[in-house]
Each structure stands twice: as structure tokens, then as C-alpha cells.
Design a protein around this ligand. Structure first.
Ligand code: 0X9
Ligand code: ZN
Ligand code: ZN
Length: 305
């Protein structure tokens, strides 16, 4: 059965998506934004109170990288918390009254399924192309932001293969199309990875500072402080290139250059003791503390609409 404190398989997440949306139709709707390479449906959940006017929105995705299992666990947690605290938590109530939150629980579904069935450390998509026996591209090197210029590989066998062209990965194209289509309402982009305990923002494809650098840093530091207030977990905030490493083709830089100012990449727990193999006993504390950071960013965005 599905559990918020376990790493659920894709099959369990898929049935959870169906049941949670049908049981909460006043606050959730779902839409398929396309299929993965292997044909699995990519479903975006829209959380928010129904409104007659179009609402500004936040887009959040989890599971761009297959082996980062705490990430999809967080998106599921976020949906549960949003539903269970709407009406009692004043911040969540106000957020979902005024804005919508689009949640893509698993971005790289084919890769995620592969990590459950065959290779726990798989990172990339599962696309194939004739001419190479190596499988998949790194979805976070496949966005059209300084594509394949830095910190990415043009070798299909590399774990950071940028793909054959920008958006060559259908999962990337589906998400990019969705965000482009909803560009006028999307005010923030949040993408959840692991691990290293970082809160990153543009740029990663250059060491140049973003035009909104000081505001992005201020909000990241506030979010990190909120996260730390629960269990003392320390996060470092900063632009990707200088804080983790330069790497082009990422979703955060792409969304920012499209015009989504508040664009953040979370690298959740831990700092390397367990790494991608974070024990299930840490799902709850990791998600609870991360909720505080995401809610901090959301509240800031809402206040500055
Ligand atoms: O390298 C990545 O894609 C991310 N780290 S991970 O260990 N989860 O793979 C960091 C992404 C930072 N942003 C960009 N490079 N645009
Ligand atoms: Zn990642
Ligand atoms: Zn809670």
C-alpha cells in the first residue's frame, strides 16, 4: 500500500494520484501533460481553491533524477499537507485561496521505475536512439539554457549526457511546453533534488549573477532559516555555478530566463552519509522541514504578486 513514510513504487504513486484527486475534488484537479518515452502518463496535480478568475501559480516538480528518491516523497508529502492543513493553517489556506500550486510528483517516471526494478543508482531518462547502445539523457542537462556548453557531456554514455538537442527528452519537452503555455500565471518554479542540503538559484550555466540575485539570495536565506528552525538542519544558499558546480541545461536556469523570477532548486538531505540511499526513517523529518522552506518561498511570492 501507499505510505507517505516509505519510498513508493511508480505503480503505487500512480494509483495514489488517482485516488487523492478523486477524494479531494474541491481542492485538486489533475491533467496529463504528455507521456514519458516508455509511455507512462505525466500527471500534474493542480492544488488550489476553485476561482472564477485565473489565479497566479507556483510550479513544483520532483524526481527529475531517478535515484533521488526523497524528492518524489516530498512532492507526495506536500500534496498531503496542503490538503490536510487547508482550512486550519492560515498560511496554507491563504496560499491556496489566492494561488494554485502545480505539482508534478515524478518527472522522470521511466528512470524512477528503473531504479526500483533494475538499477538503484540510475539517474537519467530511459530513451534510446539508434547509433548508441547507451540509454538515456540527463533531464537536468536537456533544457534550453546554455545547452551543453558547461558541466554537461555530449557522450551518450555519460551520466550527465545533455541529449541530442535541447528538449530531445520527451519528459523535458512536456514540462517545458506546460510551463510555456502557463507562463503568464507561473510566478515561481521549484524543483526538488537530493542530496547536499542546498538551496540553489540561477545561474548554473554561467558564473554571472542573475539580475535578481540579491532578492533570490535573501529569499533563499529566509527559506533556509525556516527549514533549520525545526531540527537544526543546515542548508547553504547561493547561485548554482558557484555553490555546487557549473552545469548548463538545467530547468531552474531555463525557467528563470523564460521569465519565472523565483526559480529554485532544492538539494534535500543529507550531506553524504547515506546520500541517495537516505533511510525511510528520514522521510518524515526531511519533508516536515522542507515544507517550512517551500511555504516560506510561497508566502514571499504571494506577498509580492
Ligand atoms: O547536477 C544537477 O543537476 C543538480 N544536482 S544533482 O546532484 N541532484 O544532480 C544540481 C542542479 C543545479 N542547477 C543547474 N545545474 N541548473
Ligand atoms: Zn538531481
Ligand atoms: Zn505535517
Amino acid at each position: 500500500a501507499h505510505s507517505y513514510t516509505k519510498y513508493n513504487s511508480w505503480d503505487k504513486i500512480q494509483s495514489w494520484i488517482a485516488s487523492i484527486s478523486s477524494a479531494n475534488s474541491a481542492l485538486i484537479s489533475k491533467q496529463v501533460i504528455g507521456n514519458t518515452y516508455e509511455g507512462r502518463p505525466m500527471t500534474v496535480l493542480k492544488l488550489g481553491k476553485r476561482s472564477s478568475s485565473t489565479k497566479p501559480a507556483i510550479f513544483m516538480d520532483c524526481g527529475i533524477h531517478a535515484r533521488e528518491w526523497i524528492s518524489p516523497a516530498f512532492c507526495q508529502w506536500f500534496v498531503k499537507e496542503a490538503l490536510s492543513t487547508y482550512g486550519s493553517d492560515s498560511q496554507m489556506t491563504s496560499l491556496l485561496n489566492q494561488m494554485d500550486v502545480f505539482v508534478l510528483p515524478v518527472f522522470n517516471i521511466d528512470g524512477y521505475d528503473f531504479t526500483h526494478k533494475s538499477n538503484r543508482m540510475w539517474r537519467k531518462t530511459r530513451s534510446r536512439k539508434s547509433g548508441s547502445s547507451c540509454i538515456g539523457a540527463d533531464p537536468n542537462r536537456n533544457f534550453n539554457a546554455g545547452w551543453c556548453t558547461l558541466g554537461a557531456s555530449s557522450n551518450p554514455c555519460s551520466d550527465t549526457f545533455c541529449g541530442y538537442s535541447p528538449e530531445s527528452e520527451i519528459e523535458v519537452k512536456n514540462v517545458a511546453d506546460f510551463i510555456r503555455r502557463n507562463k503568464s500565471i507561473i510566478k515561481a518554479y521549484i524543483t526538488v533534488h537530493s542530496y547536499s542540503q542546498l538551496l540553489l538559484f540561477p545561474y548554473s550555466y554561467t558564473y554571472d549573477l542573475a539580475a535578481d540575485h540579491s532578492e533570490l539570495l535573501k529569499v533563499a536565506q529566509g527559506a533556509s532559516a525556516a527549514l533549520r528552525s525545526l531540527y537544526g538542519t543546515r542548508y547553504t544558499s547561493g547561485p548554482g555555478a558557484a555553490t555546487i558546480y557549473p552545469a548548463a541545461g538545467g530547468s531552474d536556469d531555463w525557467a528563470y530566463d523564460l521569465g519565472v523570477k523565483y526559480s529554485y532548486t532544492f538539494e534535500l538531505r543529507d550531506t553524504g552519509r547515506y546520500g541517495f540511499l537516505l533511510p525511510e526513517s528520514q522521510i518524515k523529518p526531511t519533508c516536515e522541514e522542507t515544507m517550512l522552506a517551500v511555504k516560506y518561498i510561497a508566502a514571499y511570492v504571494q506577498k509580492n504578486l
